[in-house]
Design a protein around this ligand. Structure first.
Ligand code: COA
Length: 188
């Protein structure tokens, strides 16, 4: 936990949510993801390539949550869904079977959202996802989350995301996922 002068820990309002040059700060972002979500060093290396490739996609955008000292403590990134992307090809048959394949079009995908554990449960994740989707031209948003009763699932439900397909199995991922979708703007 970072301490401000006087031993004070940063208040939520001290943490600024704004545009993030994720390509330049990918290692800091993956360090947040590694501790928030749990990634091995090997997985970090793989994710690094994926993130840098994603950022070349049309419409890809990232936001960061930064402390007054400039430390990155959370980030979100996403892009308009592209049916040729790996994620979309994996979820497509599940959405199709559930009658929701149309959600793959005109949707803004939340690819990653992570807040450092020391800064969780202070509204930062909510600010990150509502701010990035407020800037989307698409009328809806989709994402996948591990299919369990997690803070992430509770946050997404409270913002209007509903289950579109579950369980969804990603090759090499041990846990089943749920694909969720919400109309934009997200519910406040
Ligand atoms: C999911 C995550 C990004 C949320 O970030 P956050 O800054 O902690 O979330 P917020 O403080 O904005 O909380 C918003 C909502 O999330 C839910 N939530 C947050 N922490 C929670 C907890 N410990 N238990 C249950 N619900 C929780 C609540 O619905 C909360 O709404 P409320 O404040 O009105 O009660 C964060 O928990 C995280 O990084 N988790 C690990 C990585 C991860 O799972 N990422 C998502 C991958 S799909």
């Amino acid at each position: 936990m970072l301490h401000l002068p006087g031993g004070r820990t940063p208040e939520p309002e001290d943490v600024v949510v704004g545009p993030l040059d994720l390509a330049a700060r990918v290692d800091e972002a993956l360090a947040v993801q590694a501790v928030a979500f749990g990634l091995t060093d090997e997985e970090v290396g793989v994710r690094r390539h994926i993130v840098l490739r994603h950022l070349k996609s049309p419409g890809a955008r990232a936001l960061g949550a930064t402390t007054p000292s400039g430390r990155l403590v959370g980030f979100v990134y996403g892009m308009p869904n592209d049916r040729t992307h790996w994620w979309s090809t994996v979820v497509q048959p599940y959405l199709r079977a559930a009658g929701h394949e149309d959600w793959l079009d005109d949707s803004f995908v939340i690819t990653e959202l992570h807040v450092h554990p020391d800064y969780q449960n202070r509204g930062i994740g909510r600010r990150l996802i509502t701010t990035i989707t407020d800037g989307a031209a698409e009328p809806r948003s989709i994402l996948s989350a591990i299919d369990t009763d997690s803070p992430a699932r509770a946050l997404y439900r409270s913002l209007g995301y509903g289950d579109l397909a579950r369980p969804v199995l990603f090759p090499s991922a041990p846990s089943p996922y749920a694909v969720m979708g919400a109309p934009l703007p997200l519910r406040r």
